[in-house]
Design a binder for this molecule. Structure first.
Ligand code: 5GP
Ligand code: ZN
Length: 120
Protein backbone atom coordinates (compact mmCIF):
# COMPACT_ATOMS: atom_id res chain seq x y z
CA UNK A 1 0.00 0.00 0.00
CA UNK A 2 1.27 3.45 -0.95
CA UNK A 3 2.63 5.54 1.93
CA UNK A 4 2.78 2.57 4.31
CA UNK A 5 6.20 2.47 6.00
CA UNK A 6 6.06 -1.29 6.66
CA UNK A 7 5.12 -2.01 3.01
CA UNK A 8 8.19 0.04 2.07
CA UNK A 9 10.33 -2.09 4.40
CA UNK A 10 8.77 -5.29 2.93
CA UNK A 11 9.58 -4.03 -0.59
CA UNK A 12 13.14 -3.06 0.46
CA UNK A 13 12.45 0.59 -0.41
CA UNK A 14 13.61 1.60 3.04
CA UNK A 15 16.20 -0.29 5.10
CA UNK A 16 15.61 -2.39 8.20
CA UNK A 17 17.71 -4.78 10.25
CA UNK A 18 16.05 -7.93 8.89
CA UNK A 19 16.74 -11.07 10.92
CA UNK A 20 14.39 -13.46 9.09
CA UNK A 21 12.29 -13.50 5.95
CA UNK A 22 10.38 -15.90 3.74
CA UNK A 23 7.73 -15.53 1.01
CA UNK A 24 5.01 -14.56 3.47
CA UNK A 25 6.62 -12.50 6.19
CA UNK A 26 9.64 -10.59 7.41
CA UNK A 27 11.11 -10.08 10.91
CA UNK A 28 13.27 -7.07 11.72
CA UNK A 29 14.51 -5.16 14.73
CA UNK A 30 12.27 -2.42 16.08
CA UNK A 31 13.90 0.98 15.47
CA UNK A 32 12.98 2.08 18.99
CA UNK A 33 13.28 -1.11 21.07
CA UNK A 34 11.56 -1.46 24.44
CA UNK A 35 14.32 -3.95 25.31
CA UNK A 36 17.32 -5.21 23.34
CA UNK A 37 16.23 -7.71 20.69
CA UNK A 38 12.72 -6.21 20.30
CA UNK A 39 11.59 -7.60 16.94
CA UNK A 40 8.61 -6.95 14.67
CA UNK A 41 7.13 -9.63 12.41
CA UNK A 42 5.10 -8.33 9.47
CA UNK A 43 3.25 -10.00 6.61
CA UNK A 44 4.80 -8.88 3.30
CA UNK A 45 1.31 -8.15 1.97
CA UNK A 46 -0.54 -5.21 3.51
CA UNK A 47 -3.11 -6.10 6.17
CA UNK A 48 -4.19 -3.39 8.57
CA UNK A 49 -4.90 -5.26 11.79
CA UNK A 50 -6.26 -8.44 13.36
CA UNK A 51 -9.70 -7.91 11.76
CA UNK A 52 -8.18 -7.52 8.31
CA UNK A 53 -5.55 -10.28 8.22
CA UNK A 54 -6.49 -13.82 7.16
CA UNK A 55 -6.17 -16.82 9.48
CA UNK A 56 -3.55 -18.56 7.37
CA UNK A 57 -1.19 -15.57 7.52
CA UNK A 58 -1.74 -15.08 11.28
CA UNK A 59 -0.96 -18.77 11.85
CA UNK A 60 2.23 -18.41 9.83
CA UNK A 61 3.30 -15.33 11.80
CA UNK A 62 2.75 -17.13 15.13
CA UNK A 63 4.86 -19.99 13.82
CA UNK A 64 7.64 -17.52 12.95
CA UNK A 65 7.25 -15.90 16.40
CA UNK A 66 8.15 -19.30 17.89
CA UNK A 67 11.37 -19.30 15.84
CA UNK A 68 12.24 -15.70 16.78
CA UNK A 69 11.61 -16.50 20.47
CA UNK A 70 14.14 -19.35 20.28
CA UNK A 71 16.61 -17.11 18.45
CA UNK A 72 16.37 -14.39 21.12
CA UNK A 73 16.82 -16.97 23.87
CA UNK A 74 19.78 -18.65 22.22
CA UNK A 75 21.63 -15.64 20.80
CA UNK A 76 21.08 -12.87 23.33
CA UNK A 77 20.14 -14.85 26.43
CA UNK A 78 16.50 -13.78 26.78
CA UNK A 79 14.76 -15.63 29.60
CA UNK A 80 11.28 -14.17 29.08
CA UNK A 81 9.55 -13.23 25.82
CA UNK A 82 6.35 -11.23 25.36
CA UNK A 83 4.22 -11.25 22.18
CA UNK A 84 2.18 -8.09 21.59
CA UNK A 85 -0.05 -7.13 18.66
CA UNK A 86 -1.73 -3.75 18.89
CA UNK A 87 -5.02 -2.75 17.23
CA UNK A 88 -7.11 0.40 16.95
CA UNK A 89 -6.08 3.30 19.15
CA UNK A 90 -3.10 1.31 20.48
CA UNK A 91 -1.66 0.76 16.99
CA UNK A 92 0.73 3.40 15.67
CA UNK A 93 1.67 1.79 12.32
CA UNK A 94 -1.41 0.56 10.47
CA UNK A 95 0.22 -2.48 8.86
CA UNK A 96 -0.32 -5.63 10.94
CA UNK A 97 2.75 -6.50 13.01
CA UNK A 98 3.58 -8.78 15.90
CA UNK A 99 6.01 -7.46 18.52
CA UNK A 100 8.37 -10.06 19.99
CA UNK A 101 9.80 -8.43 23.11
CA UNK A 102 12.52 -9.96 25.29
CA UNK A 103 12.59 -9.39 29.05
CA UNK A 104 14.32 -6.36 30.51
CA UNK A 105 16.98 -8.61 32.02
CA UNK A 106 18.71 -8.65 28.64
CA UNK A 107 21.17 -5.82 29.20
CA UNK A 108 21.17 -2.84 26.87
CA UNK A 109 22.94 -3.86 23.68
CA UNK A 110 23.35 -1.39 20.75
CA UNK A 111 21.05 -2.17 17.77
CA UNK A 112 23.99 -2.99 15.46
CA UNK A 113 25.41 -5.41 18.02
CA UNK A 114 22.01 -7.13 18.51
CA UNK A 115 21.72 -7.45 14.74
CA UNK A 116 25.16 -9.09 14.52
CA UNK A 117 24.37 -11.50 17.35
CA UNK A 118 21.05 -12.53 15.81
CA UNK A 119 22.31 -12.98 12.25
CA UNK A 120 25.69 -14.65 12.73
P1 5GP B 1 2.57 -0.16 17.23
O1 5GP B 1 2.26 0.85 18.28
O2 5GP B 1 1.99 0.23 15.90
O3 5GP B 1 2.21 -1.55 17.64
O4 5GP B 1 4.15 -0.16 17.12
C1 5GP B 1 4.87 0.33 16.02
C2 5GP B 1 6.33 -0.01 16.24
O5 5GP B 1 7.02 0.20 15.03
C3 5GP B 1 7.02 0.85 17.31
O6 5GP B 1 7.59 -0.01 18.29
C4 5GP B 1 8.08 1.62 16.51
O7 5GP B 1 9.28 1.80 17.24
C5 5GP B 1 8.28 0.74 15.29
N1 5GP B 1 8.68 1.47 14.09
C6 5GP B 1 8.07 2.58 13.58
N2 5GP B 1 8.68 2.96 12.44
C7 5GP B 1 9.67 2.07 12.21
C8 5GP B 1 10.65 1.94 11.18
O8 5GP B 1 10.73 2.72 10.23
N3 5GP B 1 11.53 0.90 11.28
C9 5GP B 1 11.48 0.01 12.32
N4 5GP B 1 12.40 -0.96 12.32
N5 5GP B 1 10.56 0.10 13.31
C10 5GP B 1 9.67 1.12 13.26
ZN1 ZN C 1 1.60 -1.79 4.55
Amino acid sequence: MKDCIFCKIANKEIPAKVIFEDDICMAYLDINPLHSGHTLIIPKNHFTDLDDINEETVAHIIMIAKKIKKLLEEKIGAKGIKLVQNNGTLQEVKHYHMHVIPDCKVKDIPLDEVYKLLTK
